[in-house]
Design a binder for this molecule. Structure first.
Ligand SMILES: [Zn+2]
Length: 369
């Protein structure tokens, strides 16, 4: 047995004595499991297992899993980053996954500042709106990756969570002053989508994802994000580059053009409420392809764009004789709360309830215990 293997076996023996005391049978109301390291070969962890404190202990794939670590002085550490709560290290498909198990409110303290950025005292109400939206999102997504043993990724795939180093006094205050508050629609926590900048009006849910839009995720006018650097933007390409680019990106949305198949033209239909692209109909010399709205950002995105996606699908494409001008608005999927809008609403004296009810129409805040 390698030294690491021996140590890991010792850890498991201690864990069995401990029997995971922190995992409640009724976890849904109290704890959330967040994947903070995904598919790695090794990880360094500081935390308590049994009666022993392990300091920057290297874990490799050779151990027995899952392993559990509790906090010392209120924190556990993963690769030098401090987190509240406990850790669970699992082996999934031959790689290590580190899951932070902690209460909802502690989790939110590590989410809100990452998601809304730095705020001033005047913008506290926007941070409170963000706290309620993020709490609602987390509540609605508990159990979504149950087969992998966690609830949420710590990235934009769900919500960005960076633990204790990310926390700020003002955003902690926003979380504490809204503790337990969740947005409901018809007795269910809502799908609380939010984004950076809507560009003047938010999107319908169906502009960004397949499926129908819930009533509370329909487009509303937003007059508050005009100061965002993403409010309006523009891209220009030569015609050849534009069509060459589309041709290259079609395989990302599972359309493969045949040899000799050339793009002739395209036509765009729009969602009248949100002004987003509803459908792009691409004509070639051999066929016609209908590309739905939620594929547009992938189709037009370039390697330099965040995530390889066009900043938004609130775009107008102007074909000129030798160039193509794409005029766009906003940044992100555009659905739900506009974060730049929320910050400006707070600047203008609106409270967090007013902000949330503006972007999520027909919802109500409930306080969960
Ligand atoms: Zn906006």
């Amino acid at each position: 047995m390698t030294r690491a293997g021996f140590l890991n076996a010792a850890l498991i023996a201690a864990v069995c004595l401990n029997c995971m005391p922190y995992v409640s049978k009724d976890r849904r109301g109290k704890l959330v499991k967040v994947a903070i390291e995904c598919g790695v070969d090794q990880v360094n962890i500081s935390g308590v297992n049994g009666n022993k404190y392990y300091n920057n202990h290297r874990i490799t794939q050779a151990g027995n899993f899952p392993m559990h670590f509790g906090p010392r002085d209120g924190k556990v550490t993963v690769n030098g980053h401090d987190y509240r709560g406990n850790l669970e290290v699992r082996k999934i498909d031959g790689t290590l996954w580190v899951i932070n198990v902690l209460d909802f409110e502690s989790y939110l303290k590590g989410v809100v500042p990452c998601e809304i950025g730095g705020i001033s005292e005047r913008q506290l109400e926007a941070a409170k709106a963000q706290a309620v939206a993020a709490r609602t999102y987390a509540r609605a997504h508990i159990g979504q990756y149950a087969e992998l043993g966690f609830d949420l990724y710590a990235t934009v795939q769900d919500q960005v969570y960076k633990g204790i180093p990310c926390e700020r006094i003002l955003t902690n205050k926003a979380v504490e002053s809204t503790a337990g508050e969740v947005l409901f629609y018809r007795n269910q926590p809502i799908e609380a989508k939010y984004h950076s900048t809507c560009g003047g009006r938010t999107a319908d849910f169906s502009d960004a994802w397949s499926g129908t839009s819930p009533t509370y995720l329909r487009s509303v006018i937003c007059r508050y994000c005009t100061e965002s650097p993403h409010y309006e933007w523009q891209k220009t390409m030569t015609r050849d580059n534009f069509f060459g680019h589309i041709r290259n990106r079609l395989n990302r949305i599972n359309i493969i053009l045949e040899r000799g198949e050339l793009i002739h033209s395209f036509r765009i239909t729009r969602n009248k409420r949100s002004h987003r692209i509803k459908e792009l109909i691409l004509k070639t010399n051999k066929s016609e392809y209908k590309i739905p709205n939620y594929r547009i950002r992938t189709l037009f995105g370039e390697p330099g764009d965040p995530g390889g996606l066009l900043k938004s699908n609130y775009v107008y494409v102007n074909m000129k004789s030798d160039e193509v001008v794409i005029r766009g608005r906003g940044f992100g999927h555009g659905v739900g709360m506009c974060q730049f809008g929320a910050l400006e609403m707070a600047n203008k004296g609106k409270n967090y309830r007013h902000i949330l009810y503006h972007y999520y129409r027909g919802t109500r805040i409930r306080k969960l215990r």
